[in-house]
Design a binder for this molecule. Structure first.
Ligand SMILES: Cc1cc2nc3c(=O)[nH]c(=O)nc-3n(C[C@H](O)[C@H](O)[C@H](O)COP(=O)(O)OP(=O)(O)OC[C@H]3O[C@@H](n4cnc5c(N)ncnc54)[C@H](O)[C@@H]3O)c2cc1C
Length: 370
């Protein structure tokens, strides 16, 4: 097959996939409130993503995927899929984002047979988690001999992911491993979480977990630009949460007969600005991060700024939704009530101050000396 023909086939399959994700939105929305109140894992939603080929789309094309998140050609696809999923249910988007992140790290740092093994696992229906955070106040995960001791948390998909890419401390640094999960691991649920409850967040004990393979070298997980650049995908999912608020506020204003009320129009206009700001930053960050060319430090700085810009846009969208809909938006089961909780929680990503000042410092260092 010519390169041109295989490229156009790929584009066709990618467009088909976005349509399939769009078609799942009514189901995601209809079931989101139930999962939130029961803090239940979205089993049928993740099964639908598997059955529609969305989970496998994250694999590179040569392994049967569409490169969504693993190849530059799949950047637009993963961006659109994450945004749509975020519009439907942020918890589902988060689970897909972690799955993509894990496969990307395997693609970047894995040996050919490890990549092939991960692809076979995905086609066998495994959902990957990315568990890199150590539980506060508890010993994190450590390498001991050829095995693992300790735990990770919070972990999205705890008790449901059947594969996880984890980081574990060694004497000399941090090592990545891909582990097989049997479902019998001890999970301590994170209780009292304000939002993202359906992502099944818990602390998972990984004592003696079965290591399928050690990935890369010590220190690879923190290697730039890979480490920071991946953050744009979380922002893409969060921007879908903003889209959902825009829709709900628009519907609410029409229903209340306030679609011509000046102050409501002004608020809705500000909301549209927040939505478009997030969309534009995500598009730019995706383009930069996935290009795999250009200066690494510049790509990191841009993605870091995008992260903060989308966080700010999300916080603005929450404030404007509260002002536009008033108390109604605070009363469950109003969808805005849940989406605002999910979005506010999802926006809590590591070290926001640090990424902002590092991006600012890098930019100032580029200024020509006067
Ligand atoms: C829904 C959800 C699902 C998650 N799922 C997973 C998962 O599957 N796997 C996983 O590994 N992790 C997961 N996490 C954890 C996540 O990756 C982050 O670790 C967590 O969200 C960090 O948020 P934080 O606000 O506590 O950040 P922190 O980095 O603790 O920051 C809190 C605040 O303190 C400031 N700050 C931090 N350090 C300093 C300092 N030294 N001096 C001054 N200020 C400082 C920050 O800028 C920020 O304002 C999840 C989190 C959420 C919300």
């Amino acid at each position: 097959m010519t390169e041109k023909r295989s490229k156009s086939l790929l584009v066709g399959r990618a467009a088909g996939l976005v349509e399939k994700v769009s078609a799942l939105l009514p189901m995601l929305r209809a079931q989101a409130a139930g999962h939130d109140s029961a803090a239940s894992f979205p089993v049928s939603e993740m099964a639908a993503l598997r059955d529609e080929g969305v989970l496998a789309a994250a694999l590179p094309a040569r392994l049967g995927g569409l490169g969504a998140g693993t190849e530059p050609a799949g950047a637009t696809l993963v961006r659109d899929a994450l945004r749509l999923l975020g519009r439907g249910n942020l918890a589902v988007a988060r689970l897909f984002e972690a799955h993509v992140n894990a496969l990307r790290l395997i693609e970047r740092f894995g040996a050919p047979e490890q990549r092939a093994q991960a692809a076979a696992d995905v086609f066998a229906g495994h959902l990957f988690g990315l568990w890199v955070t150590d539980p506060p106040g508890r010993p994190g995960l450590r390498v001991q001999g050829q095995g693992l001791v300790g735990s990770k948390g919070p972990c999205s998909g705890a008790g449901h992911c059947t594969r996880a890419l984890v980081t574990a401390d060694t004497v000399g640094g941090t090592r990545m491993a891909v582990v097989a999960l049997s479902g019998a691991e001890k999970v301590r649920a994170v209780t009292g979480l304000q939002g993202m409850r359906a992502a099944a967040n818990g602390t998972v004990s990984l004592d003696g977990a079965r290591v399928l393979f050690w990935l890369g070298e010590e220190g690879d997980y923190l290697r730039e630009p890979e480490f920071s650049c991946g953050a744009w995908r979380g922002s893409a999912a969060a921007s879908g949460g903003i889209d959902a608020l825009v829709e709900i506020v628009g519907e609410g204003l029409r229903r209340r007969g306030q679609a011509e009320a000046t102050m409501q129009l002004a608020r809705f206009g500000e909301l549209l600005i927040a939505q478009e700001t997030a969309r534009l930053w995500v598009a730019r960050a995706a383009e930069f991060a996935e290009a795999e060319s250009g200066e690494a430090a510049e790509r990191v700085a841009l993605v870091n700024l995008a992260r903060i810009a989308v966080e700010n846009a999300g916080l603005d969208a929450i404030r404007l939704t509260q002002r536009a809909l008033g108390l109604a938006a605070f009363v469950a089961p109003h969808p805005a009530e849940r989406i605002m909780r999910d979005l506010a929680t999802y926006l809590r990503q590591p070290a926001p101050d640090l990424v902002l000042v590092e991006a600012a410092a890098w930019t100032l260092q580029q200024a020509p000396a006067s």
